[in-house]
Design a protein around this ligand. Structure first.
Ligand code: TXA
Ligand code: MG
Length: 310
């Protein structure tokens, strides 16, 4: 308990001085900085090697603080009540007089807003007088981090502090929904779209693949393990690692299990760390068996499809 308090204090100290700190969320680790500070936000872009035209998600401890920066609407309230804190990000209209750094949004008039559920991150946000801009804690286009050792692998000593919150419970990023007009899905994620549809009582349009990219982060090449990957594989070729979600009778040293029971939630949780392990084991090619396209399986397939564009 004592060490938790002192770790939170340390994180706050660095953030107050405009440094970046890695923070645990229930989805993936974030690379956080003061969203009101140009200096902090520019550091995030630099560390991640992220193009400045790709806006960041801002994390809040609660709804009331969001009202200072954004206009909220009925759909937001309905979804907030049901799912927050949790793995969903809302695109809202930014207020002209908001204190959000112009570098967060690339001068756009909208803001991505999220309420993370991880208890440590929640405590940290409550202790700060500003919200935290935090993209996933990885070098741009690479695999997201789901544990402190991944963050260190990505950034080494360039990052001042990693707040250790263990392994992320969900393991893939939040679902992004655009609420500027008719609700549309911008990214599959940790929250099942059908659950959102049930609350809004309407079908959610999927916009993430359209030519008109509202979320620049949804470029095709993304979530790359750094070696070629192919999906829907029936069996591995020579020298390929084979990623599986159900137990096979035979065993082989190139078999890597996301789950042995066809459990999609478990598979999502293990996805990024398993791909990192395969790369470390020296494989130069990865084959992945077909994964059911339902529930969080849609998110896994989305990430694998992008990873396969290497
Ligand atoms: O689970 C998550 O969402 C994690 C944790 C750390 O919260 N964060 C995360 O951030 O995945 P990032 O930066 O890796 O992905 C954010 C995505 C990008 O694709 C970006 O283009 C999109 O959100 N985005 C940010 N602001 C936007 C805006 N105003 N309009 C549309 N898309 C936006
Ligand atoms: Mg990311």
């Amino acid at each position: 308990m004592k060490s938790i308090q002192s770790n939170l204090k340390k994180a706050k100290k660095y953030l107050d001085k405009n440094h970046c700190v890695a923070v645990p969320t229930e989805t993936v680790y974030g690379l956080a900085g003061n969203a009101y500070s140009d200096l902090s936000v520019k550091k995030i872009f630099r560390l991640k090697k992220r193009p400045m035209n790709n806006p960041l998600i801002v994390h809040y401890s609660d709804f009331k603080k969001v009202k200072e920066d954004c206009y909220i609407n009925d759909n937001f309230i309905k979804l907030y009540k049901k799912f927050c804190p949790g793995p969903i990000t809302f695109i809202l209209k930014l207020k002209k007089n908001s204190k959000i750094s112009k570098f967060v949004t690339n001068k756009q008039q909208s803001l991505a807003v999220r309420f993370p559920r991880h208890p440590l991150f929640k405590k940290l946000l409550k202790s700060l007088p500003y919200p935290l801009a935090a993209p996933s804690a990885n070098i741009s286009t690479k695999l997201s981090s789901v544990q402190p050792s991944d963050v260190i692998e990505e950034f080494g000593s360039k990052i001042k502090y990693v707040l250790n919150g263990g392994k992320c419970r969900i393991g893939v990023e939040s679902t992004i929904i655009n609420l500027l007009s008719k609700p549309t899905l911008l990214r599959y994620g940790g929250l099942d779209v059908s659950k959102i549809e049930k609350i809004l009582k309407e079908k959610i349009l999927v916009k993430y693949n359209s030519k008109n990219k509202i979320s620049p982060g949804q470029f095709r090449l993304h979530y790359s393990p750094g070696v070629p990957l192919r999906i829907n594989a029936k069996k591995p070729k020579k020298n390929e690692a084979f990623v599986l979600t159900k137990k096979r009778k035979a065993n082989s040293k190139n078999y890597y299990y996301l789950s042995k029971k066809n459990d999609l939630k478990q598979s999502a949780k293990n996805l990024y760390s398993l791909l990192r392990t395969i790369k470390k084991d020296g494989y130069k090619m990865i084959a992945v068996e077909k994964i059911p396209n339902e529930g969080i399986g849609k998110t896994i397939n989305d990430r694998l499809k992008r990873a396969s564009k290497y």
